[in-house]
Design a protein around this ligand. Sequence first.
Ligand code: SF4
Ligand code: URA
Length: 225
Amino acid sequence: MPENPAKARRDELVAMYHEVHECRKCPLGSVRANAVFGMGNADADLMFVGEAPGAEEDRQGKPFVGRAGKLLDELLAEIGMERRRDAWICNILKCRPPGNRDPQPEEIEACKPYLMRQVQLIEPRVICTLGNFATKLLTGSSTGITRVRGRPQEREVAGLPVTLYPLFHPAAALRTPAVLEQLRQDFVGIPELVRRERHEADEPDLAMAGTPGPPDLSQLDLFAG
Ligand code: SF4
Ligand code: URA
């Protein structure tokens, strides 16, 4: 039997998960409670990239499990999506900056290879960057989120062609009702973007074709525990 590439990719993700949990490449490694690798469907076409774990994420070792994460789940539900089935969710930094301060450039530099490797292994077609840090890092442009949000951009990330879809950070939406309204409107565009990318890649859309979806999704739900 030839090796199943999906299995090989998942094995590599598991190996990287352990590596991240031991990582001390930047000072955050010695002050975290838990590293936050990422969670979701490792075969998803859609990826969300946030900034860094907060207090609750640090406590649980999972991304977006605090108030911002609850909002993210609500917005996903509104477009018929669910994090474990439809997306991979992670952050630029895998460890929490003390007091939720901004990520420092040298921390981003040290941690970035993990994110790039996650992109290479998961091969998302659409990456939603949440907030300024993820947007600037992955677009490679210093233009702020307010100007670029809701507009898909074709880019190369980690050597792969992807559609970047910059969005406001859910934490910002929790602070400002007008931002929440824009974020909600931008979310409406996500399913169509994912569908379009799938078709461009000439892949049969399993759901639309009425055939059964990928078997046993629970097995693909890495780290969701
Ligand atoms: Fe390693 Fe990233 Fe954690 Fe720094 S933030 S210790 S680079 S995993
Ligand atoms: N904010 C982030 O950027 N990431 C999380 O995982 C939680 C809150």
